[in-house]
Write a protein that binds this ligand. Structure first.
Ligand code: PLP
Length: 399
């Protein structure tokens, strides 16, 4: 049966409708970042660049993989020179996609097609499950954290053990840094332990790793290195699918532009996966959004423009971190407990009956999404800073 996962979007819509009617609303539902004045952080250079891209070359079809320029500039934006060599040697290939969603969906489909089992975090962006269902990919959940609130490598190990003999391969999704919905960011050691574990198990089963880095520009820069080093240290038999998005980075949510990078030490595997994924893209949406792609290339094409953008993005990151500090301080004062937060758009608060708490909060025009029966996801990204004050107490009182 099709699982419905649009609760967050529905709650956001409800909050927006009330706001339009002039009611005072606190909207902590949606994964979109707003500035304190309620506008999107679209800086003048971004808006003027977008406005320019209405020419014929923005409206015609591109190739299925998208403009070469865009793909190179995008890798440089997200990864600096970490993958420069891999692009030259063709150990990495990149396909433009419809947002990060397009990238993850194709990666799930491709990596599980041949009797594969998908390993999903139990606390996760709900769309993974929808993608798995729609792509007919069998899946199981690993708990995100062990009892010490560390990344749960043991849980992943157990699931791989169980898959051996039943499935030809396992495909693991890791959403890091700024995991949705917890804000967790993996440490260097957690990454290296994971790589070691996966490399070890390649002797017994095929493995693919899907990196969902949709929120990477809101994390500490060191996460880029942890991930790039991990990708490059994986065994030759492992294919990495790196799913990137400009939705959160440039607030291009509705423009639907991202990319999928496929990496392996085995060039032939990269070539095959690249062809398969391009054909999946061709069948799902045909060609990417040319206007958005050209706008991104324009923004990223010279160093001065990149520097301005990096400064702007850093300010966004700092604003979200400031809100998180306010919320977590008050959460502590009010005796709430939450999953380990490092950075990013969301904090996940543990409650007994999340739906009931969300209903009670909604009666006070405070909208927070119940992401699981026992978890409320507080989207600090979309709450103006002055509205963050007091929300922790309201959550406590609504239980
Ligand atoms: N991955 C995660 C964890 C997300 O939360 C989202 C969006 O909310 C995405 C990927 C994809 O976003 P988009 O398709 O807009 O790039």
């Amino acid at each position: 049966m099709t699982q419905q996962n649009d609760c967050i979007l529905m709650l956001n819509h409800l909050a927006q409708e009330k706001k339009k009617k002039g009611e005072k609303v606190t909207n902590g539902t949606i994964g979109m970042m707003y500035l304190d004045d309620g506008s999107l952080p679209i800086y003048p250079s971004i808006r003027s660049t977008l406005a320019k891209h209405v020419q014929d070359e923005d409206l015609i079809y591109s190739s299925v993989a998208g403009e070469e320029d865009y793909r190179h500039l995008l890798i440089n934006w997200f990864w600096g020179d970490h993958f420069e060599e891999a692009l030259t040697t063709k150990n990495m290939k990149v396909i433009s996609t419809l947002g990060g969603t397009g990238a993850v969906s194709i990666a799930i489909r491709e990596s599980t097609l041949k009797n594969g089992l998908l390993l999903l975090p139990s606390l996760a962006w709900p769309n993974y499950q929808t993608m798995a269902n729609c792509n007919k990919a069998p899946f199981v959940f690993y708990d995100n954290f062990n009892e010490k609130n560390e990344f749960n490598i043991e849980g992943i190990k157990e699931l791989i053990e169980k898959a051996i003999g039943k499935y030809t391969c396992v495909s693991l999704i890791i959403n890091d840094p700024c995991q949705n919905p917890t804000g967790f960011c993996m440490s260097k050691k957690e990454w290296s332990d994971l790589v070691e574990l996966l490399n070890e198990y390649t002797k017994k089963i095929s493995i693919s790793l899907i990196f969902d880095v949709a929120y990477i520009d809101f994390a500490d820069d060191i996460s880029r290195k942890y991930i790039a080093d991990s990708v490059k240290t994986l065994d030759k038999s492992i294919t990495s699918y790196i799913c990137m998005s400009f939705s959160k980075t440039f607030s291009f949510y509705g423009l639907r532009i991202g990319a999928l990078a496929i990496y392996s030490k085995d060039k032939k595997a990269v070539e095959e996966e690249d062809l398969d994924c391009r054909m999946l893209a061709r069948s799902y949406w045909s060609t990417p959004n040319h206007m958005a792609m050209n706008s991104v290339s324009d923004l990223l094409h010279d160093e001065a423009s990149v520097k301005i953008l990096r400064d702007d993005i850093r300010k966004n990151k700092e604003l979200v971190l400031k809100r998180s500090k306010i919320f977590l301080k008050e959460a502590k004062e009010n005796g709430l407990s939450w999953y380990p937060y490092g950075a990013g758009f969301f904090v996940s608060v543990k409650v007994k009956y999340a739906n009931k708490v969300a209903d009670n909060l909604a009666k006070k025009n405070v909208f927070i999404a119940p992401i699981r029966d026992d978890v409320l996801r507080v989207a600090i990204c979309c709450m103006p800073t002055d509205q963050v004050y007091g929300v922790a107490k309201l959550i406590k009182d609504a239980q």
